[in-house]
Design a protein around this ligand. Structure first.
Ligand code: ADP
Ligand code: ZN
Length: 843
């Protein structure tokens, strides 16, 4: 049993009657001993939900799906009203539920169907409901309590005395100067225990206030010409006349644009308003994150026969108004995007809405451009690259039905559409759909859940489907749609493997084949891509005399050499030092670098082909906003001859003039200690190769490797998907890995190595005990506990236990019980647990 089977099972009860969007309860129906109560999920790491009383002064204004401000453990926190309990008999506390303090929304933020979705997520990923909801809403709309520090009269009196230490004086004076100061701000500069001692001495007080950092609708002042005004403008200054002329001509202009154009515009506008020429109004506007995205032309090509066939099948699903999942397995350049566009057209025509998930928004400007052209004005985006204000505005536009389509990264799966008819997951195999912090969901899997819940169409698209999706297609849970030809009969590129073990000169970066290919391409005016999945200059620096390697003191990895800043940097925690001249261990002077990164490749190319325009795309060159687009645009306009990059260049781009793709070292992903490393390598190589030969000219791919016989590499060369999946599925089945079982990874972390090990061992023992006692024994297997492949990151020691088994519901129950048991008896503090359901990496 695997994910989708689980989804289907979970919802089998629901499918009989569709989920009602509106909440079933209204407050007036549920009274208990003359009082009304509400069930609230707070946005905190607590598993339970809580009851609160609704004081009568709020009348019946509270709706489920709204936020409420509630007292919680001496604080004021935001919670979400999720239900009105009809019965409080199982309520434990003698003094009854506390009253809510405020209702924060007039209109609910989510409907009942969304709540069912949230609940499913909370159950499946073993994550508190309140935090699931919080994560699904735009950030920054919540109220939180905060501690405010101020001085007491006694404290102020002592300011002028000499009874205090210098530090105490400085703290007191700082707080006194501000009147009231938030706790975080003070403790950023001074040790926090000091505050307690000052409070104990009666010199300062700590008050509870509310932090209101909420994003608000953006407003704009507009100036309108009053047509009815009969006044002559004779008495105006020349500039006044000028401004009035502009306003009259346009009818209405934003105040900001007038200010930009005219000096002293505010004063002039005020005078014009007084004289009745114009009126000034304020209105809400939306921040538009897509406003400066260059869009392409909307060509709307005639569909190919294969595209038509695929689309027709999808349209049947759309018209059925039932959950209809498809796997669109289309090789690179086969025209998947056009199918998405046409399918969405049909959905929108039917009055429903669509979510399009893409792996990384900044890497897909072309795709977004196409959507903007085709559905102008009806598209919103949601992703973490937006400012809080932008995200809030986009969210409101979606909520208010002002758009039909949302394109976004994984978090867009929470887009608050009420009539969702389709979810598309482009490049569904991408690992970026998995969130690797807090709620560790996989947006691709949630897409299936939500589509099922909304009776919507699901399209997973990929040239290299994940094994899970492919397996589902084979098992006919998904309808398989194949596009196995490139548009206009363009051929797939020819792939050549270069065995780097044979390269005579050790440490050579570019094989002769690749060097020749690059020079040839440059001479004929064609473009090339060079792919290496490691940034930086060299992977590590070593002293050949004593073997010393520079390692990060916080993480169990070697530091990566970055040539530009002459620095050694940890790619996990950003720890950085300058490259020293001498070995810190033996004082040897011959330390040198080993392994290569993109920076080094770039330099090598510049040396070899000084006349070429070379650019690089990796995390180092794309730190600034829009830098992705700038680099991609230069490739598109053919300014760049050779682009060097990490997996950022492997994805979805459509550059017709790129005819050569070089893979510098195919072994990096192959050597990952993870059961998915073969799958990843195959996908990566196929995707990179797919960047070549998308135009009229055929493409060529050169793969350099030390493992030329590995099946991932061989089958990527032959582009033999079916054979690869066959091989890989056999391997997974043999070892009982997904999709033939399910995994949950429990990570135990702490700053003390000793205590972390102890905790991990205890948990292992407890797990094994549970296995003997229960029905778990036959279906569940525990691997570990063992040190994580990266044993130490950011100063924390990491141990992990992989729980493997099926079916999902038993596996989940087991983990829940195990975590509950161990947490109860957990010896010390400072140990944190992370539960990763369906992990995609167990590093
Ligand atoms: P994929 O996403 O499957 O890799 P794309 O959607 O990028 O492929 O399509 C490859 C190229 O073919 C794009 O430039 C696209 O505009 C073009 N294209 C798609 N469908 C057609 C068609 N029916 N006729 C002509 N060109 C098409
Ligand atoms: Zn580090």
């Amino acid at each position: 049993m695997h994910f989708f089977a689980h989804v289907v099972k979970f919802f089998s009860s629901l499918t009989k009657e569709r989920v009602d969007v509106s909440f079933p309860f209204r407050m007036k129906d549920v009274e208990f001993e003359g009082k009304r109560f509400v069930e609230v999920a707070v946005g905190l790491p607590v598993a339970k939900t809580f009851y609160y009383e609704i004081p009568s002064r709020f009348g019946e204004s509270l709706r489920p799906g709204s936020r409420v401000l509630v007292p919680f453990k001496g604080r004021k926190v935001t919670g979400y009203a999720i239900d009105f309990p009809a019965d409080l008999t199982d309520y434990q506390k003698p003094d009854g539920p506390k009253p809510i303090l405020d209702i924060l929304d007039e209109r609910p933020l989510f409907d009942n169907r969304m709540l069912v979705f949230y609940r499913w997520i909370s159950d499946y990923y073993l994550y508190p409901l309140g935090q699931v909801i919080k994560g699904g809403l735009p950030p920054g709309i919540n109220l939180e309590s905060r501690r405010l520090l101020s001085t007491t009269p006694k404290g102020r009196a002592l300011l002028e005395s000499n009874k205090l230490t210098q530090e105490e004086l400085t703290i007191l004076r700082t707080i006194a100067d501000h009147g009231e100061m938030p706790w975080e701000k003070v403790t950023k500069r001074f040790p926090h225990w000091r505050m307690y001692s000052l409070k104990k001495a009666g010199l300062i007080q700590i008050k509870l206030g509310l932090k209101d950092v909420r994003v608000k609708p953006k407003r704009e002042k507009v100036v309108k010409y009053r047509r009815e005004s009969q006044v002559e403008d004779e008495h105006l200054s020349p500039r006044g006349k000028e401004v009035l002329a502009v306003i009259r001509e346009k009818g209405e202009v934003s105040h900001a644009s007038l200010s930009a154009e005219f000096k002293g515009a505010s004063r002039i506008v005020k005078r014009l308003e007084e004289k009745g020429f114009i009126s000034v109004e304020t209105r809400e506007i939306y921040r538009d994150p897509l406003s400066d995205l260059l869009t392409g032309d909307d060509l709307r090509p005639e569909l190919t026969v294969k595209q038509v066939r695929a689309l027709e099948t999808i349209v049947k699903g759309i018209e059925s108004l039932r959950f209809s999942p498809y796997l669109l397995f289309g090789i690179t350049g086969s025209g998947k995007t056009e199918i998405y566009l046409r399918a969405i057209e049909r959905v929108v025509e039917g009055g429903r809405q669509a979510i399009v998930l893409v792996p990384e928004i900044s890497l897909t400007p072309q795709l977004i451009g196409q959507f903007l052209e085709r559905f102008s004005g009806r598209v919103a985006t949601l992703h973490s690259g937006l400012s809080r204000g932008e995200r809030y505005d986009e969210w409101r536009r979606i909520r208010e039905g002002k758009v039909d389509i949302v394109i976004g990264a994984r978090s867009a799966i929470f887009a608050p559409f009420e009539r969702l008819g389709m979810i598309i997951v482009d490049e569904e195999h991408e690992t970026s759909y998995k969130q690797e912090e807090k709620l560790r969901y996989n947006a691709r899997d949630l897409a299936a859940v939500r589509a099922k819940l909304c009776e919507a169409v699901l399209i997973l698209g990929s040239a290299t489907p994940s094994l899970e999706a492919y397996h589902n297609a084979v098992a006919e849970k998904f309808r398989l749609l194949k596009l196995d030809e490139r548009i206009e009969g363009r051929s797939l590129p020819s792939v050549e493997i270069v065995d780097m073990r044979k390269e005579e000169e050790k440490g050579i970066i570019l094989s002769e084949e690749l060097r020749n290919g690059l020079s040839e391409n440059l001479a004929t005016g064609r473009q090339s891509l060079l792919f290496l999945n490691r940034r930086g200059f060299a992977s590590f620096i070593q002293c050949p005399d004593c073997g010393f390697v520079f390692k990060c003191p916080n993480c169990s990895v070697s530091l990566t050499h970055h040539f530009r800043g002459k620095k050694l940097i940890c790619h996990y925690c950003n720890y950085a030092i300058m490259v020293p001249d001498l070995c810190p261990d033996c004082q040897g002077y011959r330390i040198r670098s080993f392994g290569i990164g993109t920076e080094r490749v770039e330099e090598e190319i510049r040396k070899m082909l000084p006349q070429a325009t070379v650019d690089r795309m990796d995390r180092d060159t794309t730190r600034r906003r829009r830098s992705h687009q700038r680099i991609l645009k230069k490739v598109k306009s053919r300014e760049t001859d050779i682009l060097v990059g990490t997996q950022m260049i492997a994805k979805g781009h459509d550059f017709p003039n790129v005819t050569l793709v070089g893979v510098i070292c195919a072994d990096l992903s192959l050597n990952f200690p993870d059961f998915r490393s073969s799958e990843r390598t195959f996908q990566l190589l196929t995707q990179v190769a797919g960047r070549a030969g998308r135009g009229m000219n055929p493409g060529k791919v050169i793969i350099q490797t030390f493992n030329p016989d590995h099946y991932s590499i061989q089958m990527a060369r032959d582009q033999d998907f079916t054979k690869f999946y066959g091989e890989e599925l056999r391997f997974r089945k043999e070892l009982g890995y997904p999709p033939f079982s399910r995994l949950i990874n429990i990570r135990i972390e702490g700053t003390s190595q000793k205590r972390s090990i102890k905790a991990a061992e205890e948990m292992g023992e407890c797990g094994r005990r549970l296995l003997t006692k229960r029905l778990y024994g036959r279906t569940i297997e525990i691997l570990g506990p063992s040190p994580a492949p990266l044993e130490k990151i950011k100063g924390k020691y990491r141990y992990q236990m992989l729980i493997k088994g099926k079916p999902a519901n038993i596996l989940h129950r087991f983990v829940e019980e195990l975590v509950g048991e161990t947490k109860k008896r957990w010896p010390g503090r400072g140990i944190s647990l992370t539960i990763d359901v369906d992990p995609i990496s167990v590093m």
